[in-house]
Design a protein around this ligand. Structure first.
Ligand code: GRF
Length: 225
């Protein structure tokens, strides 16, 4: 079976990229990373790509989405995606918007991961915003990307407790462990053709029941059950 060709868009450390590379290498998912695109030249994600023997390129995209440099990046993205026969684009900590041209050309073929339980805490600081708000449970979400930030149909989510002593960093680390589980899973469902979008809802064919390692009640109970 030919493998699904992924292009991963990154801006930072690339631990999600790594989890996808590992899942491909161990054949837990029927996919291969064809290209990694970073908007940050020194992103460690590019080093991860190099170590995995995967092509990686830096396409600077300006200081903000919408700038002239960003527009130029969007044209370059389209050329690179075509050149590498991209079948699925995975944003994994990519801190700019994708161009509308890319979203149109790859409609229904772009995924994103967000470090909060959407629709809560959209934007660039999901972990910090959850801690500041005082929620007791947060998590992560993989969804189809649309023209807005963090608003497309949800494929899979995982929840973790927020502890009283948590900082954005400690909560972020707890959430990342789950990100590394749910992103490869979402990609595999896509590769298997098991995802269908109906309005806001994503139907997963033959979806397994929720994986419950332990129920999350946060803070915990100290009355007897
Ligand atoms: C992750 O928390 C992801 O959800 C968010 O940015 C972070 C990227 O981490 N969008 P990494 O670069 O994959 O380690």
């Amino acid at each position: 079976m030919p493998k699904l060709r992924l292009v991963i868009m990154v801006s930072g450390g690339g631990t999600n990229l790594q989890s996808i590379l590992d899942a491909c290498a161990s054949r837990r998912i029927d996919a291969e990373v064809a290209l990694v695109i970073s908007n940050v030249a020194e992103a460690y994600a590019l080093e991860r790509a190099r170590r995995a023997g995967v092509p990686g390129v830096c396409v600077p995209a300006g200081r903000r989405s919408g700038t002239a440099e960003w527009e130029a990046a969007v044209s370059q993205h389209l050329a690179l995606l075509a050149e590498h026969d991209a079948e699925l684009i995975c944003m994994a900590g990519y801190m700019r918007r994708l161009g509308p041209g890319v979203l149109q050309a790859y409609q229904g073929r772009v995924l994103n991961i967000h470090p909060a339980l959407l629709p809560s805490f959209i934007g660039a600081h999901g972990q910090r915003d959850a801690v500041e708000y005082g929620v007791r449970i947060s998590g992560c979400s993989v969804h189809f990307a649309d023209a807005q930030f963090d608003t497309g149909p949800l494929i899979i989510q995982a929840a973790v407790p927020v502890l009283p002593e948590d900082t954005a960093e400690s909560l972020g680390a707890r959430i990342l462990v789950q990100e590394h589980r749910i992103y490869p899973q979402a990609i595999q469902w896509y590769a298997q053709g098991r995802l269908r979008v109906e309005g806001r809802r994503v139907i997963v064919d033959n979806a397994p029941p929720p994986t419950i390692m332990e129920a999350i009640i946060s803070p915990g109970l100290d009355i007897p059950l």
